[in-house]
Design a protein. Structure first.
Ligand SMILES: C[S@@+](CC[C@H](N)C(=O)[O-])C[C@H]1O[C@@H](n2cnc3c(N)ncnc32)[C@H](O)[C@@H]1O
Length: 244
C-alpha cells in the first residue's frame, strides 16, 4: 500500500519538522535520552573510529550524540531538522541515498525504526550501506514491553500501536527482539551487546494512562535491568551489532 505508507511518512516529516525532539521538561524522554547517550558513549571505543571513518546518523533529527572521530552523515526524513547539522542528507531510511559499503558505522537511535512502515527494507538498507566489519548501534521500542500486557500487541513480531510522544498520541510499529534479531541477521549483522530500559514505568502508564505519574517509577530501571526474566520486557532496547 504505497499510498498509505507515503501519507504516513509525510505526516512523520511534518511532525518532526515542527517539534523539539527532547524537551527538557519531559522527565520520561530525558530518561530515554540519557540512557541512549550512555550506551553510545560506553560502546564508542568498540566502534574502532578513526578520523577517516564515515558514520551514518540515520534518523538523526538534530542530535549528534558526539559520535567521533570521523565524518558524520546526518540523514532524516524531516529535512528541516537537518538545517545546521554537518553533512545533512534528507531521505527515507528505507531508501538511503548512499552507495553500498559507504559507511563504517551506522547509529540509528531514538525509535527511528518504529516509524518505518517497511522495517525489513530499512534494516536491509542499513546492512547495504555499512561495510563488512563495520558496526551498527540500533535502538527500538519493544512489543514485549509491560505496557502491552493484556493487549493484542504484547510480544508480537510486528504490531502497530497507538502510543504517546511529547504528550501527543501517535501510531508507530513495535517489534519483538526475536523478530528484530532475525531481520538484523538477514541483513548481515550479529548482535554483540544489548542494553534495555523502561520496565515498570510503561506498565504503570499502560494502566494509569498518565505519563507524569508513570515517570515516578523510572528509578526502578536501575535494579530491574539485572533481573533476567523481567529485563526482556523493557520498552526500549539498544543493540551494538557487527556487520559480517
Ligand atoms: C524521536 S526522533 C529521534 C531523533 C534522533 N535520532 C535522536 O535520537 O535524537 C525520530 C526521528 O526519526 C525520523 N524518522 C522517522 N521515520 C523516518 C524514516 N522513514 N526515514 C528517516 N528518518 C525517519 C524522524 O523524522 C525523527 O527525526
Amino acid at each position: 500500500m504505497p499510498g498509505v505508507a507515503d501519507a504516513y511518512l509525510r505526516a512523520v516529516r511534518e511532525k518532526y519538522n515542527a517539534i523539539e525532539i527532547w524537551p527538557e521538561s519531559d522527565r520520561w524522554l530525558a530518561h530515554v535520552k540519557t540512557w541512549i547517550a550512555g550506551a553510545i558513549a560506553e560502546w564508542q571505543p568498540r566502534l574502532g573510529l578513526t578520523p577517516n571513518s564515515r558514520i551514518l546518523n540515520a534518523g538523526s533529527g538534530d542530535e549528534s550524540y558526539s559520535i567521533a572521530p570521523g565524518m558524520v552523515i546526518n540523514s532524516d526524513i524531516a529535512d528541516r531538522k537537518l538545517v545546521g547539522m554537518p553533512c545533512g542528507v534528507a531521505g527515507d531510511l528505507a531508501r538511503l541515498p548512499l552507495q553500498t559499503g559507504a559507511v563504517d558505522v551506522c547509529v540509528c537511535v531514538g525509535s527511528v525504526v518504529n516509524y518505518v512502515p517497511e522495517v525489513p527494507r530499512a534494516i536491509d538498507e542499513i546492512g547495504r550501506v555499512v561495510k563488512p566489519g563495520g558496526s551498527l548501534i540500533l535502538e527500538f521500542e519493544n512489543s514485549a514491553s509491560l505496557e502491552y500486557v493484556g493487549t493484542p500487541h504484547f510480544g508480537r513480531d510486528v504490531s502497530q500501536v497507538s502510543t504517546f510522544f511529547i504528550y501527543e498520541n501517535e501510531n508507530i510499529w513495535v517489534y519483538n527482539e526475536r523478530h528484530m534479531r532475525r531481520l538484523l541477521s538477514n541483513a548481515g549483522f550479529e548482535v554483540e551487546a544489548v542494553s534495555r530500559a523502561h520496565f515498570i514505568a510503561p506498565l504503570v502508564h499502560g494502566y494509569a494512562q498518565n505519563i507524569h505519574y508513570a515517570a515516578r517509577f523510572l528509578w526502578l530501571d536501575r535494579f530491574i535491568r539485572h533481573i533476567p526474566f523481567l529485563n526482556r520486557h523493557s520498552a526500549n532496547v539498544i543493540y551494538l551489532c557487527r556487520r559480517r
